[in-house]
Design a protein around this ligand. Structure first.
Ligand code: CS2
Length: 452
């Protein structure tokens, strides 16, 4: 079967949006070839005359598919009214870090590279031998050449993600590089948002049906997209149609606590109930009412949203997006790496509520759901995978706790790398979470939600 390529762009069906002149060079080096990047930053870049080199840390499947297609791939935007297709042409080159390490280092140092963007997932920032190490090596070379300034722009769902990135790299720099980087490298924070499920066979089949050629790098996404970037670029700034601000923190909190917090909550509830996707979980009797209640009573009072934003209204928008039946976002995909996600999605909210002495009953339910999920058995007795870098510690503490609900909650809240002390020590939270865990153990998610 013919693959998507420069040669057949002109022959694609008329309703498929195709790129005009392709960029020749890449001012952006992007690390992380996942579906999110392809449906987010690469689309923003496609609206400019900049190009991207995509670096894949481990698996080479995506970059091999892109290389076989002249860097082209399609994004299916799935709205209530059906799909619209767009072919993206902003990716001009690829590099496989695991097998072409030196080339990746050289690209970080290259004077043609002005911005490095990152979507490498939350856990990658903890691994000095991985992406932080690569960036440190590249910066050392750039400093030695006294190269042009560089902007390193984190696009992962972490709070203060610019500072987090800097903190992961800085300790790896020698003193000379460090001094150079202080002057020439910036780490703006950014808030990124678009719901992009992992591509499946259905994604590739849809692409073939709509394009008439094979696209093995195809992605599908919701219509909504947002990018808020701290305006702190060291050198040239790509003309992305993003929102540039000096206060990203408020946007990050709004998105991480509301969208991602409710996403993770629904993911654990849905997985326990044996439901495959977020939209189907939200359709469980009581689920949407609970989500709405959680947003209004617990998430909204935990922080001040950025100017002009109302958390409850924003939350309504989020629930509307979660209902989108075109998006089959699997609960198990969102449930993975809970130890890396929940600190900013759930425990930060609880810490702020505890400090403000707000009642913690409702928000204790997602804590109980995660605890039960971590044990690895659904309400129907089927196995649930625990895909988490802290799996060993989590399972060990749960096993040691035995069957008692209060003991299991104490064990989970005692994981200090995940749960802040002020949350772990909060008696009201512990009591409420243990109560919910007993409910979930006895009745399961569906009945618990129905009787809230
Ligand atoms: C999701 C996010 O997988 C997850 O943990 O919560 O990927 C979410 O879909 C995006 O952050 C939306 O912008």
């Amino acid at each position: 079967m013919e693959r998507l390529a420069n040669d057949n762009l002109k022959r694609l069906p008329g309703d498929v949006q195709v790129p005009g002149d392709r960029p020749q060079t890449s001012g952006v080096l992007h690390i992380g070839a996942g579906a999110f990047h392809r449906a987010h930053q690469a689309v923003y870049t496609d609206d400019t005359d900049w190009g991207i080199t995509v670096a894949a840390p481990n698996s080479r499947d995506v970059i091999d598919a892109l290389a076989a297609q002249d860097g082209l791939y399609s994004v299916a935007t799935l709205g209530p009214a059906g799909a619209s297709m767009r072919v993206i042409g902003s990716i001009v080159d690829t590099v496989h870090i695991a097998s072409e390490h030196q080339r990746a280092v050289d690209l970080v140092a290259a004077e043609t590279t002005h911005v490095v963007t990152l979507t490498v997932t939350e856990k990658a920032y903890r691994d000095p031998a991985g992406v932080p190490g690569l960036l440190a090596e590249g910066l050392a070379k750039r400093a030695a050449q006294n190269g042009p300034p560089l902007t390193i722009l984190c696009c992962d769902n972490l709070p203060d993600n610019g500072k987090t990135t800097r903190a992961a790299i800085e300790p790896l720099l020698d003193p000379t590089t460090r001094a150079w980087a202080d002057e020439h490298v910036t780490f703006p924070s950014s808030m990124v948002d678009r719901i992009v499920p992992a591509s499946t066979q259905a994604t590739y089949e849809r692409a073939l049906g709509e394009l008439g050629v094979t696209d093995l790098a195809a992605v599908e996404a919701e219509p909504f997209t947002q990018w808020v970037i701290e305006d702190d670029f060291a050198g040239p700034r790509p003309p992305w149609a993003a929102t540039y601000t000096h206060d990203v923190a408020g946007w990050e909190r709004l998105k991480l606590r509301t969208l991602n917090g409710v996403h993770s909550t629904l993911a654990y509830l849905g997985a326990l109930a044996g439901i495959e996707t977020i939209s189907d979980t939200l359709a469980l009797p009581g689920a949407e009412a609970f989500a709405r209640w959680l947003i209004a009573e617990q998430i909204a009072p935990s922080f001040t949203p950025p100017d002009g934003q109302d958390t409850v209204e924003y939350g309504e928008g989020v629930l509307g997006r979660f209902r989108n039946p075109g998006i089959r976002h699997r609960c198990l995909q969102i449930a993975m790496d809970g130890s890396q996600k929940l600190p900013q999605r759930l425990f930060a909210t609880i810490a702020d509520l505890a400090e403000a002495r707000v009642d913690l009953d409702l928000i204790a339910l997602p804590v109980a759901a995660w605890t039960r999920f971590c044990a690895g058995t659904s309400d129907h007795g089927t196995d649930l995978p625990l895909d988490d870098p802290m799996k060993g510690a989590i399972r060990q503490s749960l096993t040691a706790a035995g069957p008692n609900a209060a003991a299991r909650i104490d064990a989970i809240l005692g994981l200090h790398q995940i749960v802040p002390e002020s949350v772990a020590d909060n008696h009201q939270l512990r009591r409420a979470a243990a109560k919910w865990l007993r409910e979930l153990d006895r009745h399961g998610v569906a009945t618990t939600l129905e009787h809230l």
